[in-house]
Design a binder for this molecule. Sequence first.
Ligand code: PRP
Ligand code: URA
Length: 208
Amino acid sequence: MPNLFPSSLPLVVHKLTLLRSITTEPRKFRELVREIATLLTYEATLDLATQTKPVTTPLAKMVGVELNEQVGLVPILRAGLGMVEGVWELLPTAEVWHIGLFRDERTLKPVEYYNKLPVEPTVSVCLVLDPMLATGGSAVATVDILKRWGVKKIKFIGIIGAPEGIALMQQAHPAVPIHLAAVDERLNEHGYILPGLGDAGDRQFGTG
Ligand code: PRP
Ligand code: URA
């Protein structure tokens, strides 16, 4: 599929197996979410723009390189929160703009409850963070919000995606690259990803 990037990094697939396990308790689960987010960020930022920058080493002057993008991290509350620290490991100056959405349990449609984006965009590229791309409703709604905000370059970084959610994103936002640790089989009748990892928010925060 165009613009779909499932990771094949050995560290990612190894950590994902630990993350999936029902025996992994919240502390370890949070650590793994953070670490996988860091590894996926490496893959998702390979095409960030750069520009030259003079630098003085202890021995000489030279022309180095710096990033030429202002990056915004957009975690979808709650579960996306756990990915922020991992992405910040590599992009410590990134701004963080939270979007609060929850899935209505009956309709599975996203319901917006938090959005404090300023009027004008303050970043040139947004990385949307959410471990689970299930029906795709939450991701599509978040990208809708960011496009209305005026951001042109948007990428989605998740951990597990279902074919249904990937298809919805690619239909609604075909230019948005989707970076994942894995693509799973399907959704169950409650909209949960199979085999998946269960409820990513509950497993991070010890709820449910
Ligand atoms: C989960 C997950 C995504 C959403 C994915 O959040 O973190 O945001 O479901 O489902 P979708 O692709 O079908 O929209 P949830 O609504 O359970 O909220 P939470 O993070 O607060 O637990
Ligand atoms: N949200 C989750 O946390 N897990 C799923 O499998 C689907 C949506």
